[in-house]
Design a protein around this ligand. Structure first.
Ligand SMILES: Cc1ncc(COP(=O)(O)O)c(C=O)c1O
Length: 380
């Protein structure tokens, strides 16, 4: 049997990893500033995370949500404390798309409405409703097409106000990434998020903060929406929550009440996933990784801004993007193949940095030096 060929891949087989380093099957070492697409939060194979999972596996790996799973309660308490949202309610699931799917569905159950506002260049996942609020026609199959979703320009307060003025009483929810990831590291302005909050309050719509990529401490605050000083009604999260162990979640504001059977999952919140997620939060706290994301991210972005040949350095914390002009368009490729450094990309010409939140300044310097060297080489 062949693999169903849905990804363009680099011909590299990674067989070992530790911290911000990975090694291929030939023993070649790489510096990882991509974090397996923003997933590696506390560092690859962190010893505490490995131990927590191993110990849990020895006890019980899985039982269904038909019984009490105390690890879920423990996770909810710890997440509430670290995120500062301790009066919210936690629902655990398996992927970012599923988290957004549940968030949108729950909003609709809550206010009985059907219309959703999303934004240009948004990416919210590939399942039916998540892809319907994703602004990329290539991902949307005919069966996913719906008139219930309106895409508005990102950061355009006037357009949002006008749309609410005309349709406000029909709008179930507004879904927005605090920083668009796949869309190219576009930061939502604080006033735009505040405007979403006030319009949702005025019209009874639900504010959904997709924090799958920009959440979980990556930007130097637990949620990037925190920079705007607003609380969303529902936050979705995935990626960094398990440091690579598949798990996702939504947290739900206290005024949205649960009803039996509206949401559900077989695997979500299983014992091993909870142990992995608890290990992540324990390490984040002990090693002050949100702080590190802030400081190392500021340093890295500041140094990148000094490099004249790259453009529009943007982002927050360790979620950084910059544009690569045509003259040095092979920068990303050469960083990987010549300098052995993984980075992410955003079409058409942006490099995305999504490293572990434990990235050191020394590793940031190795990357910066490689970028400078490579730019000089490319400019010939
Ligand atoms: C902002 C955002 N939302 C949702 C998703 C979907 O997450 P998953 O691939 O876990 O379904 C992604 C994945 O890249 C994302 O970046």
């Amino acid at each position: 049997m062949n693999l169903f060929d849905v990804y363009p891949i680099n011909d590299i087989a990674i067989t070992k990893a530790s911290g911000s380093r990975v090694w291929d099957d030939k023993g070649q070492e790489y510096l990882d500033l991509y974090g397996g697409h923003a997933v590696i939060s506390i560092g690859h194979t962190h010893p505490h995370w490995v131990k927590r999972i191993e110990e849990q596996l020895e006890k019980i790996a899985f039982y269904s949500n038909s019984v009490r799973i105390p690890l879920q309660t423990e996770l909810a308490e710890k997440l509430g404390k670290i995120s500062g949202k301790d009066d919210y309610q936690l629902f655990l699931c398996n992927s970012g798309a599923e988290a957004n799917e549940n968030a949108l569905k729950l909003a609709s159950f809550h206010n009985g409405r059907k219309k959703v506002v999303a934004f240009n260049k948004a990416f919210h996942g590939r399942t039916s409703l998540a892809v319907a609020v994703t602004d990329n026609k290539n991902y949307v199959a005919p069966v996913n097409e719906t008139d219930n979703v309106t895409f508005l320009p990102f950061n355009d307060e006037a357009a949002l106000e006008a749309h609410f003025a005309a349709n406000g009483n029909e709008i179930s929810s507004v879904i927005i990434e605090g920083i668009q990831g796949v869309g190219g590291i576009n930061v939502a302005t604080e006033s735009f998020l505040q405007k979403i909050r006030s319009l949702c309050d005025q019209y009874g719509a639900v504010y959904i903060a997709d924090s799958v990529q920009c959440g979980y401490g990556r930007t130097g605050k637990f949620f990037s929406h925190d920079y705007a000083g607003v609380n969303a009604d529902i936050y979705s999260m995935a990626k960094g929550i398990g440091n690579g162990f598949p798990l996702a979640a939504i947290i739900v504001a206290p005024h949205i009440k649960p009803k039996h059977f509206q949401l559900g999952t077989t695997f979500g919140g299983n014992h091993v996933a909870c142990a992995a997620a608890l290990a992540v939060l324990e390490v984040m706290e002990k090693e002050q990784l949100i702080n590190n994301a802030h400081e190392t991210g500021d340093y890295l972005a500041g140094e990148l801004k000094k490099i004249g040949d790259i453009e529009n350095v943007r982002g927050r914390g360790l979620m950084i993007g910059f544009d690569v002009p045509d003259a040095i368009k092979d920068l990303k490729k050469n960083l990987l193949w010549k300098h052995k450094i993984f980075t992410g990309e955003a079409k058409p010409n942006a490099i995305r940095l999504l490293p572990s939140l434990a990235l050191t300044k020394a590793d940031a310097d190795i990357f910066l030096e490689a970028v400078k060297q490579e730019i000089t080489a490319l400019k010939g």
